[in-house]
Ligand binder design. Structure first.
Ligand SMILES: NC(=O)c1ccc[n+]([C@@H]2O[C@H](COP(=O)([O-])OP(=O)(O)OC[C@H]3O[C@@H](n4cnc5c(N)ncnc54)[C@H](OP(=O)(O)O)[C@@H]3O)[C@@H](O)[C@H]2O)c1
Length: 283
C-alpha cells in the first residue's frame, strides 16, 4: 500500500477528514485537493482546475452536495457537483491513469425493499439528492475508466454535522427525545469507511460495491443506543416520519447488501461497536 500515491478531494468534509487522518496515521503518501487550504487547488465546478491532479495512483473523491433537503430546491446545483463534476473528474483520472474512488448513497434506491439492496438493484431515487447521485453513477459508468464506487449510508464521525453528534448533544440537554422509527438502514462510521476503502483498494476491488457498518437499525434505535451511552436518563421515544415532515422524502428501508464486500475483505464491524468508538472519543 505504501507505494501508492493518493489524492483526497474535499479534505474538509466529514469523510475527507477521515481519509486525511488515516493517511497520516499510516504514513501514506497522500495529498489533498480542495477549494481552500489544500495541497492542490481544485474546485470541481471549475474543470480547468482539475489539471492540478497529476502524479497520482488513487484519487479519493469525498466532495458532494450532501444537503438532502436543500437539493429539493437546488437540484440543478446538486446535479452539477454530484453528476457533471464526477464525469469531469473520472475523465481526468482516466487521462492521468489513476483509479477513481467515489462514494454513493442508499438514497438511490426506492426504499420499498424488504431485504438488503444488492449492488445491481435498479436505481429509483425518491428525492432530488438521490437523483443527483444517480447521475454521478451513470457518469462513472459512461466514462468507463477504472473506478471503485462505494455506496454508503447514514455517515457520521467525531467531527462535522451528523446524527450521532446531534443526538449525543441533545440527549445530554433534554429529558426526552422523539426520533423516527419507520426508516431502517445501516449507520456508517466515516473513520471505519476510510479503513474499509483502503482495504478494498488493497484487495484490488473495482466497480460498484457497498460499504457500511454491519447490522441494521432505525434512527430511533440508533438514537436510543447513543442516549444509553451518554445520557441514560434521557427517554428516547419512537415516532413516525409523518410527525416530522421534511422537504425530501426518505426511503423507508435502505439496508445495503454487504455480501460482495465482505467476501473480499471479511466481516465489517457492527454499527454499535463503531458508534461506541466515536462516542468514546467525544468524552
Ligand atoms: N453524510 C451522509 O450521511 C452520507 C450518506 C451516504 C453517502 N454519503 C456520501 O459520502 C460522501 C462524503 O460525504 P460527507 O458527508 O463526508 O460530505 P460533506 O461533509 O458534506 O463534505 C462535502 C465536501 O465537498 C466539498 N466540496 C463542495 N463543493 C466542492 C467543489 N466545488 N469542489 C471541491 N470540493 C467541494 C466541501 O468542501 P468545502 O470545504 O470547500 O465546502 C466538503 O469538503 C459523499 O459522496 C456523499 O454523497 C454521505
Amino acid at each position: 500500500m505504501a507505494e501508492r500515491r493518493f489524492v483526497v478531494v474535499a479534505p474538509t468534509g466529514m469523510l475527507g477528514r477521515a481519509f486525511v487522518e488515516l493517511g497520516a496515521a499510516r504514513g501514506l503518501p497522500l495529498r489533498t485537493a480542495g477549494r481552500q487550504g489544500a495541497d492542490l487547488e481544485v474546485d470541481l465546478l471549475a474543470p480547468t482546475t482539475l489539471a492540478a491532479i497529476d502524479d497520482v495512483d488513487v484519487v479519493i473523491n469525498c466532495a458532494a452536495w450532501t444537503d438532502v433537503d436543500g437539493a429539493e430546491t437546488h437540484e440543478a446545483d446538486a446535479t452539477r457537483l454530484n453528476g457533471d463534476a464526477v464525469r469531469a473528474l473520472a475523465e481526468r483520472c482516466r487521462d492521468v491513469g489513476a483509479l477513481l474512488v467515489h462514494f454513493g448513497t442508499d438514497y438511490v434506491f426506492d426504499g420499498e425493499g424488504e431485504a438488503p439492496y444488492p449492488v445491481d438493484a435498479p436505481l429509483a431515487p425518491l428525492n432530488a439528492y438521490g437523483r443527483s447521485k444517480a447521475a454521478g453513477e451513470r457518469a462513472l459508468a459512461e466514462v468507463g475508466a477504472p473506478h471503485l464506487y462505494l455506496r454508503t449510508s447514514w455517515l457520521y464521525a467525531p467531527w462535522g454535522k451528523n446524527f450521532v453528534l446531534t443526538i449525543a448533544k441533545l440527549a445530554r440537554e433534554r429529558d426526552a427525545l422523539k426520533v423516527v422509527d419507520d426508516q431502517r438502514g445501516r449507520p456508517t462510521s466515516a473513520e471505519g469507511l476510510a479503513r474499509t476503502t483502503l482495504a478494498l483498494v488493497e484487495a484490488g476491488a473495482r466497480g460498484t460495491l457497498h460499504a457500511t457498518d454491519g447490522g441494521e437499525c432505525t434512527w430511533f434505535e440508533l438514537a436510543a443506543h447513543i442516549a444509553s451511552r451518554v445520557a441514560p436518563g434521557c427517554a428516547v421515544q419512537p415516532c413516525s416520519s409523518d410527525e416530522y415532515p421534511r422537504p425530501a422524502k426518505r426511503p423507508r428501508y435502505s439496508v445495503l447488501d454487504l455480501g460482495p464486500t465482505e467476501a473480499l475483505i471479511g466481516p465489517l464491524p457492527d454499527w454499535r461497536e463503531q458508534v461506541d468508538a466515536v462516542l468514546a472519543k467525544l468524552s
